[in-house]
Design a protein around this ligand. Structure first.
Ligand code: CA
Length: 224
């Protein structure tokens, strides 16, 4: 699970990353709203911890814009005060939960676990994109009544693309997420798997295709 921390109090942000890493999550921090928003759109995180009061772009605007871009990544707002209106705003704009500062590590980790369980329940069965359906229990993909089985990494890639909305996923990010930070996988590995997937999508007769965005990465798109 890959977590983005958007928090301008640098010491708190770095402490959060440390706590998350000790709990065996992958995590990284950014210290202003604009960077946070850009990173959240660029990389497909599993969860975002989002402060409300941030320089350049506040937490409410970030969550509203992310939802406007069809990004469904769960968001936990970090609210500084015990201010009810902050919590209501956050939830109205599309946050999934909030936690009031100061909090203890145990509470944060419990909320992350609860949220990932809940989020998992929304789509334990299948994930859809255009005419494609990915079956999460069997690693099969189907389209227009045809079904194919996907190999493990093909499945993981497809799941990432299908849950990332309009986000462009970079090769670097795909390597980190699918092969792991410390793997020796290279761009080449990604290209090979993308080409496997393109062939499978073509075989299924899907209108969806993995488009290369030059020098940036790949995005799943539906042909008109
Ligand atoms: Ca702040």
């Amino acid at each position: 699970m890959y977590i983005l921390v958007i928090e301008d109090e640098k010491r708190l942000a770095d402490a959060l990353v440390q706590i998350l890493k000790e709990a065996r999550y992958q995590a990284e921090a950014v210290y202003n709203g604009e960077d946070g928003y850009r990173m959240a759109l660029k990389n497909s995180y599993d969860l975002i911890l989002l402060d409300v009061m941030l320089p350049m772009m506040d937490g409410f605007s970030i969550v509203r814009e992310l939802r406007g871009n069809h990004l469904t990544t769960p968001v936990i707002m970090l609210t500084a005060r015990d201010d009810v209106s902050d919590k209501i705003h956050g939830l109205d704009y599309g946050a999934d939960d909030y936690i009031t500062k100061p909090f203890v590590a145990g509470e944060l980790l419990a909320r992350i676990r609860a949220l990932s369980r809940r989020h998992g329940e929304y789509n334990t069965e299948e994930l859809c994109f255009g005419d494609l359906t990915l079956h999460l229990n069997s690693d099969d993909i189907s389209c227009h009544g045809k079904t194919m089985h996907l190999a493990y990494k093909e499945y993981e890639l497809m799941k990432l693309f299908m849950s990332s909305g309009k986000t462009i996923l970079s090769k670097e990010m795909l390597i980190n997420r699918i092969w792991g930070n410390d793997s020796d996988a290279e761009d080449n590995n990604v290209e090979v798997y993308i080409s496997f997937l393109r062939k499978k999508l073509a075989f299924l007769g899907s209108k969806a295709t993995l488009v290369s965005i030059r020098k940036v990465g790949y995005r799943l798109e539906e042909k008109a």
